[in-house]
Design a protein around this ligand. Structure first.
Ligand code: FE
Length: 185
């Protein structure tokens, strides 16, 4: 699949499958991902981080069924692997690290855990619970840790019923401009 075909495939899955798929939250996967991207845009995030926000749960969108319990733990790593060859680390690393960022914030930020949605609390234990001190220092050492934390905050807030957001196709030019060139073999 070429880069533009990959982008078209992701957007088609968001338009179709993701509109009716849920992760135990009150909004569909597509609404959730569009709200995260919109929050990144409103915050003035660079294009790569807007793309990461839009695509952070792409593993659920490309791999049915979304309810696969194993994906709770692996969806960040799988998403990172799907995106890295297409877009490079500024997009794929915040995606890969967005579950670690939740575990990090639970460890270092008083009150963060109490503000999680019920579904996010349920998955926390399966994801390994809060990071230990050593794990938190290791997380902070990643060059993409700060972006992953920003993404995590937009992720957690992107669960509002009926919030107005741009349509899926609004992001096509941004995604196509971020594709790696030349394309990986
Ligand atoms: Fe999410």
């Amino acid at each position: 699949m070429t880069g533009p075909a990959f982008v078209a495939h992701c957007l088609a899955r968001l338009r179709e499958y993701g509109r009716t798929a849920y992760l135990g939250e009150r909004v569909s996967i597509t609404e959730h991902m569009l709200q995260a991207a919109h929050a990144a845009e409103r915050a003035g995030a660079p294009p790569a981080l807007v793309a990461a926000a839009l695509l952070h749960d792409i593993a659920y969108v490309l791999h049915e069924p979304a309810a696969d319990p194993g994906l709770d733990v692996g969806h960040a790593a799988l998403g990172g692997r799907l995106l890295a060859p297409r877009f490079g680390p500024a997009v794929s690393e915040p995606v890969r690290l967005h579950v670690a960022a939740k575990r990090y914030l639970c460890a270092v930020e008083p009150g963060y855990r109490a503000a999680l949605s019920p579904a996010s609390v349920r998955t926390l234990a399966a994801q390994g619970g809060p990071l230990t001190d050593a794990e938190a220092r290791e997380f902070e050492a990643s060059p993409h840790a700060a972006d992953a934390v920003r993404l995590r905050r937009w992720d957690e807030a992107a669960k509002v019923i009926g919030a107005p957001v741009p349509d899926v196709d609004h992001y096509r030019p941004l995604l196509e401009a971020l594709l790696r060139r030349p394309e990986p073999a």
